[in-house]
Design a protein around this ligand. Structure first.
Ligand code: FES
Length: 323
């Protein structure tokens, strides 16, 4: 005869209670015999490495432009700040140089901080993709499991033993995802524009590729480099992740009970977009990781070229090698 209480029915068994449905009730214990910890551990490592890297690069506030490549962490570049960073591409910034007094205003604002906080464009940019990824339905599952172990996995007894409240109270903030999605979609267009610019090398008056300290470019030369390909793939992967978002899929068609032209045989544009989003949505987890890794790699590539740690092979250097 079952002894399951009404609380167990509603919230599952708590520690010390009799298990319902065969679940073990000791924290992080389970009857599963597979290596269920693997997923949470890999998430912790992957996500943790990304968070550390992003903070490092955002706090640097420099080495984000290696002509003609702009790091995705610094895009869109609204203002350039040559006072701060010698290679700052004024001509690439939407509004040119930082207005006079902005830097001293910032320094006064952060003067109370023990560490000098640079006026890094990344601080103002990364908040958009961070809010999108941080509230993504897939990532929620991943970091609930790996960071707080509640739930740690299917049929694994969670660490949190209080009353289950789902995504209510503080976690209501996760509902911002549908709004963060608009910002993320805008970023796909911005990064596509950066990719376009990555195909045109700014040239100096002397007819050589632009470099820090060589003034404003006088012309642009079409070509392609390894960096252009990396930036193009970045748009592709981020686009695949963004347009497979559950909120996007809902917006473009999922909210409808029926497509205008009928069922699956429909040839309507709404159906086609929803179908494409569904295909991406089914691959949301791998796309989340590939795009996360690739955006980090794209920044690392720009950073490395900036510092001369690696050579960017491109058609511009071939074209000007004889000069
Ligand atoms: Fe993952 Fe929207 S659900 S990005």
């Amino acid at each position: 005869m079952s002894t399951t209480t009404s609380e167990q029915k509603k919230f599952g068994p708590r520690q010390g209670q009799k298990p319902a449905g065969g679940h073990v009730t000791q924290v992080l214990k389970t009857q599963r015999n597979d290596f269920w910890q693997k997923g949470p551990m890999l998430t912790l490592l992957g996500f943790g490495a990304f968070v550390v890297y992003v903070h490092l690069r955002a706090f640097m506030g420099m080495d984000y432009y290696a002509a003609p490549y702009l790091s995705p962490f610094y895009s869109p570049l609204v203002y350039a700040n040559p006072e701060y960073y010698a290679g700052s591409p004024t001509f690439h910034a939407l509004l040119g140089n930082l207005p006079a007094g902005a830097l001293s205003f910032w320094e006064q604002m952060v003067a109370w901080m023990p560490l000098a906080l640079p006026l890094s464009p990344a601080f103002f940019i990364l908040i958009f993709p961070a809010s999108f990824r941080g509230t993504c339905y897939y990532y929620r599952k991943a970091y609930y499991r790996s960071l707080v172990g509640s739930p740690a996995g299917c049929t694994v007894c969670p660490i949190a033993q209080g009353t289950y409240q789902g995504e209510t109270k503080l976690l209501l903030i996760q509902n911002l995802h549908r709004y963060a999605m608009y910002g993320a979609v805008a970023f796909i267009f911005i990064l596509t524009y950066d990719f376009w610019l990555a195909l045109f090398m700014p040239m100096t008056e002397a007819g050589v590729p632009w470099s820090a300290g060589s003034g404003d470019p006088t012309s642009y030369q079409f070509g392609i480099g390894v960096g252009s390909i990396i930036m193009g793939l970045n748009v592709l992967f981020l686009g695949g992740y963004t347009f497979g978002c559950h909120s996007w899929r809902h917006m473009v068609g999922g909210r409808l009970n029926r497509f205008a032209n009928g069922d699956e045989s429909s040839t309507g544009i709404t159906y086609a977009i929803w179908k494409a989003s569904t295909w991406l949505n089914e691959r949301h987890m791998p796309l989340a990781w590939i795009s996360l890794f690739w955006v980090m790699f794209t920044d690392l590539y720009v950073w490395s070229v900036c510092n001369g740690w690696i050579t960017d092979y491109n058609t511009w250097s071939i074209a000007t090698s004889g000069q």
